[in-house]
Design a protein around this ligand. Structure first.
Ligand SMILES: *[C@@H]1O[C@H](CO)[C@@H](O)[C@H](O)[C@H]1NC(C)=O
Ligand SMILES: *[C@@H]1O[C@H](CO)[C@@H](O)[C@H](O)[C@H]1NC(C)=O
Ligand SMILES: *[C@@H]1O[C@H](CO)[C@@H](O)[C@H](O)[C@H]1NC(C)=O
Ligand SMILES: *[C@@H]1O[C@H](CO)[C@@H](O)[C@H](O)[C@H]1NC(C)=O
Ligand SMILES: *[C@@H]1O[C@H](CO)[C@@H](O)[C@H](O)[C@H]1NC(C)=O
Ligand SMILES: *[C@H]1O[C@@H](CO)[C@H](O)[C@@H](O)[C@@H]1NC(C)=O
Length: 649
């Protein structure tokens, strides 16, 4: 057998603007859009760039989907720079939702019905395993219209190319404001044989947010229903609506068309006015096509949020491969647009999260997908460490700027909890008054993430417990960016949410994912989640520290703490001239290991993993700002060798 001449190129920072790869003189197998090119790779700042988050240069999520063993992420992307504009549907694929392979944009302006922009939308898998996309196009008259796109070649495992049939647009804003008509949902199928989708809208009267309902027998001819599925006065434009069923019991996800007595429905909307989202749990009445929120869900901007931090334009999809519903959000930058242009990138996706209904039926619970744990490296443990008032204890031995922490705190009594004032309804305002340095009774206690040595900078994630009437407790969770950076002129909110949790065992858990400029936290097993974007100037790279702290009178113990250094996720290009059709690789490398041994994981199209370890260094590209990895496949030894000039953790 002849040895194929194979060179693979990997990019360590996950999924950077892929049309720039060619710019760097590196071979790639896709065509470029030269008119869309802006920055050179060497102009991209790495300082606050994330290591394991999916990080396109800009914008929000379009219908993620699972099809024939491959996850597809379509996202709103400006190929010309780190500001909003020129929006296309960029496209990446993955077998594990962590390591991504960038492809060419799937949908870009080309027809009268989308010539001025291809905005958000959703994917639906039709019977016969046929995926389709509905998306908002900006037409020649600058109207928002809804279009369909279908894959050109269903045998292409990546579904690279999409056709836009000539019967587009499918939905036009007749009788509606053509600037307030966008973001079609994944469709669901009713027993009457008709498909249904929602489109976000605002009604002139009463500033009412509206989820318009459309129905169709054939997915091509759509009629607007006389009533919206749901609407709510004084909430403003509803962007990116998401509507799906959820099981009353258990963590298993459901296909979007499932209905019945043992499910509830979730309706989430993104509020253009506040730039935050909220969701309600409720009941869907298919015969009337109406959705009625439960009386436990506030149906306005004070309602439940997936995430009380930088989190917007989220979408869920049903992962038919693993029977779970996965939630994904877009987390924008908190520094200035000027900084974004200087960095050369803006916007990340949060780590995909599994969502299910809490046992009490009143809220959702979220957990980072299990696959993330593949990136865990060196692990440290702490147990039964006492944190007296005013103390902080360092969690040593991991890369604190890129880490995963799972901790459970224990306290023996709630007697010292401060009284709760019932007028404190705004958690974020309460957190800005009662930050980590304001001493309390039970709490504040938690973690100081991305902290500098002398605590000039730190992002505290913490709990504070209050005593309300009738001996009830109120738990506040904060992710406070106000002390995160010495740099001024940026958005440093004291994000916070209340946690509806049972404290009878005297325990509270906290999981935080730290990745250079993002801290994603899951309180009380995922009941309250908060994502903060922060840009320390001292607490960067190896100078970042992690502490556990307590500033309350009641002593708190670290009952159990596990923390891991996290490896980078990687994007990989296809092997060139290969007879093997590999989908991806992921890398494992140990920062502590000075020999810079790299383990390569290769996944073939069937999703089976081939694990190869080797460290033969050859021809690393030292000049590249993004460290290039070169791999060589040697079929006679069944070996893949990898080399790199640099490894950033
Ligand atoms: C469709 O994709 C398959 C798999 O990549 C390929 O073999 C085939 O040639 C493609 N067909 C067309 C018409 O492009
Ligand atoms: C339509 O909506 C846009 C965006 O909110 C607004 O600026 C415009 O005035 C509206 N047009 C009409 C006719 O109401
Ligand atoms: C809320 O709805 C439930 C039934 O769904 C009912 O039992 C309860 O009384 C309602 N509560 C309020 C405050 O209306
Ligand atoms: C604890 O409170 C004291 C007094 O307000 C403050 O100086 C210190 O910074 C606080 N510790 C932490 C870790 O926030
Ligand atoms: C580095 O990794 C190699 C291969 O796994 C191993 O043999 C070696 O002992 C490691 N070195 C250190 C310092 O851990
Ligand atoms: C993210 O950026 C901050 C700082 O510029 C804004 O205040 C937020 O409104 C914005 N969030 C969204 C969802 O756009």
């Amino acid at each position: 057998m002849e040895t194929p001449n194979l060179i693979w190129v990997l990019i360590f920072c996950s999924c950077f603007c892929f049309n720039l790869i060619n710019n760097n003189g590196v071979e790639a197998s896709h065509k470029v859009f030269p008119e869309f090119q802006s920055l050179k790779v060497s102009e991209v700042s790495q300082l606050h760039r994330t290591g394991f988050h999916f990080q396109p240069p800009k914008h929000w999520i379009n219908g993620p989907m699972y099809f024939n063993g491959v996850y597809h992420l379509f996202y709103q992307y400006n190929p010309k720079g780190a500001v909003w504009g020129n929006i296309v549907w960029a496209h990446s694929v993955s077998t594990d939702l962590i390591n991504w392979k960038p492809l060419d944009p799937a949908i870009y302006p080309s027809k009268p019905f989308d010539i001025n922009g291809c905005w958000s939308g959703s994917a639906t898998i039709l019977p016969g395993n046929k995926p389709v996309i509905l998306y908002t196009g900006i037409d020649t008259a600058n109207r928002q219209v809804q279009n369909i796109a279908v894959p050109k070649n269903l045998s292409d495992p990546y579904l690279r190319e999409w056709n836009k049939p000539d019967n587009n647009p499918l939905m036009v804003p007749d009788g509606l404001n053509a600037s307030l008509f966008r973001d079609p949902t994944t469709a669901w199928w009713g027993k009457d044989g008709r498909w249904r989708v929602l489109v976000g809208n605002k009604n002139k009267n009463g500033n009412k947010g509206v989820a318009l309902l459309y129905r169709s027998h054939d997915f091509m001819r759509w009629t607007m229903a006389r009533h919206p599925l749901h609407s709510k006065a004084k909430t403003g434009m509803w962007e990116c609506p998401d509507f799906y069923p959820i099981q009353l019991k258990g963590k298993t996800g459901l296909d979007t068309s499932v209905m019945g007595d043992d499910v509830k429905h979730v309706l989430k909307v993104s509020l253009d006015v506040t730039r935050f989202e909220y969701y309600t749990l409720g009941r869907y009445f298919p015969e009337k096509d109406r959705y009625v929120p439960d009386n436990t869900s506030a149906d306005d901007s004070t309602g439940l949020r997936y995430d009380y931090g930088n989190f917007y334009a989220s979408k869920t999809f049903f992962d038919a491969g693993k029977n779970r519903r996965i939630l994904w959000g877009w987390s924008n930058e908190s520094d200035t647009a000027k900084d974004d242009v200087a960095k050369g990138w803006a916007g990340i996706q949060t780590i995909p999260r599994t969502v299910w209904l809490d046992k009490d039926g009143k809220q959702l619970v979220q957990r980072p997908i299990k696959e993330l744990e593949k990136l865990r490296g060196h692990e440290v443990h702490m147990k039964k460490v006492e944190l007296v008032k005013g103390s902080h204890v360092e969690v040593k031995g991991i890369t604190a700027a890129q880490a995963d922490i799972d901790v459970t705190f224990h306290f023996s009594s709630l007697d010292k909890a401060e009284p709760f004032d019932p007028t404190w309804v705004d958690a974020q305002q309460l957190c800005s008054q009662k930050g980590s340095t304001v001493q309390g009774g039970v709490g504040p206690f938690g973690l100081l993430t991305l902290a500098s040595d002398k605590l000039e900078e730190y992002t505290p994630i913490f709990f504070r417990i209050f005593k309300a009437h009738h001996n009830k407790q109120v738990v506040l969770m904060c992710s406070d960016a106000s002390s995160s950076s010495l740099k001024k002129e940026m958005y440093k909110p004291s994000f916070a949410g209340f946690v509806d949790v049972d404290l009878s065992e005297g325990k509270l858990s906290l999981r935080s994912l730290i990745d250079h400029s993002v801290v994603e936290s899951f309180g009380a097993g995922g009941k309250t989640c908060i994502t903060s974007r922060v840009y320390p100037s001292l607490a960067v790279g190896a100078d970042a520290h992690l502490f556990a702290f307590n500033n309350g009178t009641e002593a708190v113990r670290i009952f159990n703490l596990k923390a891991w250094s996290m490896r980078n996720s990687v994007a990989i290009d296809k092997p060139i001239g290969s007879s093997h059709e590999f989908l991806f690789t992921s890398f494992e490398s140990d920062r502590q290991n000075s020999s810079n041994t790299i383990t390569v994981m290769v996944s073939d199209l069937q999703g089976s993993f081939l694990r190869i370890g080797h460290n033969e260094i050859f021809g690393a590209d030292l000049d590249s700002a993004i460290p290039a990895i070169k791999l060589k496949w040697d079929p006679s030894y069944n070996l893949l060798t990898a080399s790199t000039s640099d490894y950033r953790v």
